[in-house]
Design a protein around this ligand. Structure first.
Ligand SMILES: [Zn+2]
Ligand SMILES: [Zn+2]
Length: 195
């Protein structure tokens, strides 16, 4: 585990590149729902297929964002500039949302997952079908988020940075001394190699 320098929260940088508590707070201060995914715009037709959030999810947005950031999977969207996105399919306050087929103005089929796309630059949230994301992973449209460039470091790289929260400069986190030694890769504790 590592400890956030800003809020002291401890987290596993093997699962989330940045402090999930600070990041969820930052995301909650942003406008994450675009018009085409907003249930408040219904009935509303677009030419192409889209997904629309449920009312319940929209009204519980900060709890949803926290769940996605703390328990979701960081992926790299290969076909979308390699942007980071966070996928979550699990316990939420309600059904995440539904699909609206091209030309329709109301949603029909329920969807079981949520994605925060382009999570770092222009984050936006919408429901997804878990089967579609899993298919995307199996064909390489989504790949695991990048690891830190420091040799033997197993932590994820901070988006826009080649190094993890420990090895980026300035560091965003520090090794939690109270954690078992095995939680910290031996070479990772030495710092970035300049060679
Ligand atoms: Zn923090
Ligand atoms: Zn690292």
């Amino acid at each position: 585990m590592i400890r956030c320098k800003e809020c002291e929260h401890r987290w596993s940088a093997e699962d989330c590149p940045v402090c999930p508590r600070c990041f969820a707070r930052d995301l909650s201060n942003r406008r994450l729902i675009s018009k085409k995914h907003d249930p408040g715009e219904l009935p509303y037709a677009t030419r192409s297929f889209r997904s629309v959030l449920s009312w319940e999810l929209r009204s519980e947005m900060s709890a949803v964002v926290r769940a996605v950031v703390e328990h979701g999977t960081w992926l790299r969207a290969v076909n979308h500039g390699g942007n980071p996105c966070i996928y979550f399919c699990g316990r939420l306050p309600s059904v995440p949302g539904s699909a609206v087929f091209g030309g329709d103005s109301m949603p029909t089929v329920a969807m079981d997952g949520v994605l925060i796309a382009d999570a770092w630059e222009t984050p936006h949230i919408y429901p997804v079908e878990s089967a579609a994301v899993e298919r995307g992973i199996s064909v390489g449209v989504f790949v695991g988020w990048e690891k830190c460039g420091v040799k033997n470091c197993t932590f994820m790289a901070v988006p826009g940075n080649l190094a993890c929260a420990i090895h980026s400069v300035p560091a965003r986190a520090e090794i939690d001394e109270s954690a078992p030694k095995s939680a910290v890769p031996a070479d990772a504790a030495k710092g970035p190699s300049r060679g």
